[in-house]
Design a protein around this ligand. Sequence first.
Ligand code: SF4
Length: 283
Amino acid sequence: MGFCYGVKSTIEKANSCLKAGKKENLPAYSIGALIHNPDITKYYEKEGLKVIKKPEDGEPGFALIRAHGIPDQLREDFVKAGYKLIDSTCQNILTTKNSIRRYYKEGRKIIVLGVKNHAETLCLLGTKTEEGEDISCLFVSDRDSFKDVSSVLDPDTPVLVVTQTTFPKDLYIQVVEEFSSYFSNIVIGNKPCRSCLIRQASALSLANECNAVLVVGGKNSENTLNLANTVKQTGKPVWLIENSKQIDDKLLEELKKFDKVGVCSGTSTPGGIIEEVIAKLYN
Ligand code: SF4
């Protein structure tokens, strides 16, 4: 439960961004929704952290790069337009981008595994070399798109495969197995993030121990959706809620049918929201 270290750092830097904006009398922004949690995003917007997507959406000021990171070209565009960037791209993602640069230089083709249009996937796909050259990557989102890759690359092509850190673990294993049996010279650059894997394992043991499970987190959060799917696969009833307000009378009636209800949460769900959910359930 609670924030992963990447999200924790983004929240700390969001506070620094607001502070810097106030001190220098400049606007403060988040490039994309701060985290995948609507309550937190709303709170920070109210505090003055406006969400923008591109430089033209605002006047230059302080702009926070959230944990997912942004494509390198977009980073350059913000700097050119006069913004001061506060970077909270998670270290795991920065390391993966460096692997892409290194292995591309060594002549490998780069394959990015991820959810289509997810911010982190776009950040990985938008990696440039240190010299500023665009690195063209092949994108794979499921087992079917593997066929597209094998139709353009020979089995002896040297490849690097990297994944979005919140990609579903089981699908990741299946796709990597397919790649490993096709390519003779393959480097696997990273794996789904440990923080997410630990939560998925916990959700599974919770589902086995309880009669029903509530997953608390943003409905647009990939790792929260993975938790709900993990529970679903055990056949136990599962509900995905964003906060305690979503535990209405109807849901309470449903939950009363079970002796033991488990609660787990995604990596971007704040502790306060989880505590409110638990308090409501106890009451
Ligand atoms: S889930 Fe993992 S990779 Fe993503 S922000 Fe959190 S710590 Fe970083």
